[in-house]
Ligand binder design. Structure first.
Ligand code: HEC
Length: 132
């Protein structure tokens, strides 16, 4: 096996030259996790995200229907989908079906924001479980 290129100086080192040569997945980037999660928090409440008049939290208030008690990582099998999905795919499935909206692009800030809030919402669930 060749040595890991990222443990050598180039091409993965974060010096300024190398960073400038990288191809971003989108622009502008989020500054930090909190920025992504707060955009996501707004979107999960938004009844105009799809066309059904529902928000994600119309069905998922109080951590309902998220199967968080199973403490699984993605990807996993989801009964409603009838398939094994990643979190991003699950978000897009709920966008297309119950929300009757459009899917988010795979590199979109929207999809990252939705997933970031999922993480915050799940952490809150775990914290509440521990307190019980
Ligand atoms: C009309 C109700 C409804 C709406 C609105 C809805 N969902 Fe869901 N969602 C469900 C149901 C029902 C399931 C449970 C699937 C199962 O267990 O088979 C689910 C499952 C999920 C899961 C995965 C659960 C698991 O097993 O890991 C995620 C993540 C999710 N929804 C996110 C969202 C997001 C994000 C939105 C908004 C874009 C949304 N949902 C809107 C009904 C809804």
């Amino acid at each position: 096996m060749k040595p890991n290129p990222c443990s050598m100086k180039n091409p993965c080192s974060m010096d300024e030259d190398a960073a400038n040569q990288k191809t971003p997945i989108r622009k502008p980037a989020f500054k930090n996790y909190q920025e992504a999660a707060s955009l996501g928090a707004k979107m999960w409440k938004d009844e105009s995200l799809g066309t059904s008049g529902l928000a994600c939290l119309s069905c998922h208030a109080d951590h309902e229907l998220l199967n968080l008690d199973r403490n699984q990582n993605f990807p996993h099998y989801v009964k409603m989908v009838g398939d094994v999905v990643t979190l991003d795919q699950m978000i897009n499935y709920c966008m297309l079906n119950p929300m009757k909206g459009k899917q988010f692009g795979k590199n979109s800030k929207e999809l990252t924001a939705m997933a970031a809030y999922y993480r915050a919402y799940r952490m809150q669930f775990m914290k509440e479980q521990r307190a019980k």
